[in-house]
Design a protein around this ligand. Structure first.
Ligand code: GLU
Length: 448
């Protein structure tokens, strides 16, 4: 590829750094620093979450925005990559302060044309969720009264504000589909000393937030994996016979900690648990969790990168050398942005996906069923009929499309890995994404 083209793909197209005043609960004024980085305009809108954390920096925001570009390209979501960061600690501020910050941040983005259905579409990320997305949509709607597809300005919204069913669990469910796709291939499992399939595999999960919780839940309840360890900020718990993910979640909600979960070993230093022997380690919290310092001691055979950037550069070199298989973040956690894309489409169309097809499908299936009954002379039992003929719900359509998208993307990356004899899945993922972004720049992005 042309060197200049590569440089254009590498660099971040626009970054907006802002500092704005927000009224604190005691009436004083606090200056909040925030960012939005649009990494690549080769496709519009740009897309990516907003992170609330006291540790966000402009460099981190830009790096995460670039990851969004590659992620979208890999799973065929026709957007450029973006990311936002707001330097507040969501755990210590009041809900009122959070709301004021979110609305002011949105107003700043509007002022500089950094948000809009065709421009840049935020979503949840670390420290934000449906509630914040609702505030963003509401602020945007009130300041931009003239557009019919207003709600497409942000995704991950509550259902009551034109969100989409399935978005909440999408990233974690996508992680499960990705691990499942990876573990189906005997040629890749055999060198690790593993049989194919997720069932019965021992899994340690770091992070019980939205991504970690749903990834663990689906691995356990759909995949029949054994969740042996769960790590959170306050420490970790371990039980070789398996932990009940939902029960651990409820225990944490009730007690404010996962520690002392009945029947499990509690470990005060969670990072210690990351090193325990297991089949799959799922880091689903923050970046740089596995580094040159601890990579040599990681006891997992597969690392499933549910978080963005959980393995750093040095850590990766050590893990590769040790033969650990890494399923890269840019593929594995792309389920979130995939379903965000569906939400955006729904908001643009102004109609939900099931509305136009559900009844029609039911009628076709009913006719088919009756034809089979007439031909065979057998009546399908009445209690089985509704399930056989009912049309799909919107959630079923979303989940099926997510599954297809994750499986197809894995097959593409895997094929490239093997065909071009590349060192690993990450290199294959980067190559595929880079080729797609560069190709689209060549065709559309450069003005004469
Ligand atoms: N923040 C999520 C990510 O890192 C979701 C982004 C989106 O849905 O736009 O992929």
């Amino acid at each position: 590829m042309d060197k200049g083209l590569i440089e254009q793909v590498r660099c971040c197209n626009s970054t907006y750094r802002m500092q704005f005043p927000v009224r604190a609960d005691d009436g004083s004024i606090v200056v909040v620093e925030a960012f939005r980085a649009e990494h690549s305009h080769h496709r519009l809108p740009t897309k990516g979450g907003i992170r609330f954390s006291p540790d966000v920096t402009v460099d981190e925001t830009i790096a995460l925005a670039s990851l969004m570009t590659y992620k979208c390209a890999l799973v065929g979501v026709p957007f450029g990559g973006a990311k936002g960061g707001v330097c507040i600690d969501p755990r210590t501020v009041s809900e009122g302060f959070r709301e004021r910050v979110t609305r002011r941040y949105t107003a700043e983005l509007i002022r500089k044309n950094f948000i809009g259905p065709d421009i840049d579409v935020p979503a949840p990320d670390y420290g934000t969720g449906e509630r914040e997305m609702g505030w963003i949509a509401d602020t945007y709607k009130n300041l931009k009264v003239n557009s019919a597809d207003t709600y497409a300005c942000v995704t991950g919204k509550p259902l009551s504000m034109h969100g989409i069913p399935g978005r909440r669990q999408a990233t974690g469910l996508g992680v499960y589909y990705g691990i499942r796709a990876c573990m189906e291939r005997e040629e890749d499992m055999q060198p690790l000393g593993l049989t194919t399939g997720v069932a019965g595999k021992r899994v340690i999960v770091q992070g019980l937030g939205n991504v970690g919780y749903y990834a663990a839940w689906f691995l356990q309840n759909e995949g029949k994996a054994i969740i042996t360890g769960i790590i959170e900020r306050e420490g970790g718990i371990f039980n070789a016979d398996g932990l009940d993910v939902e029960a651990v979640f409820n225990h944490r909600k009730a007690n404010g900690t996962i520690l002392q979960y009945p029947g499990a070993e509690s470990v005060a230093n969670g990072m210690e648990l990351m090193e325990r022997e297991c089949d799959i380690l799922v880091p689903a919290a923050l970046e740089n969790q596995i580094t040159g310092e601890n990579a040599g001691r990681i006891g997992a055979k597969i690392i499933a990168e549910a978080a963005n950037g959980p393995v750093d550069f040095e850590g990766e070199a050590i893990l590769s050398q040790r033969g650990v298989l890494m399923i890269p973040d840019m593929y594995l956690n792309a389920g979130g942005v995939t379903v965000s894309y569906f939400e955006w489409l729904k908001n643009r169309a102004g109609v939900s996906f099931d509305r136009m097809i559900s009844r029609h499908e039911e009628l076709v299936k009913r006719e088919l069923l009756e034809a089979i009954e007439n031909l065979t002379g057998t009546k399908i039992p009445t209690e089985q009929r509704p399930r056989l003929i009912q049309g799909p719900s919107e959630e079923e359509l979303v989940i099926a499309a997510l599954e297809q998208s994750m499986t197809k993307a894995y097959n593409n990356v895997h094929r490239l890995w093997k065909e071009r004899n590349l060192p690993d899945l990450r290199t294959a993922g980067f190559l595929l994404a880079l080729e797609r972004v560069a190709e689209s720049y060549k065709n559309h992005g450069i003005f004469p």
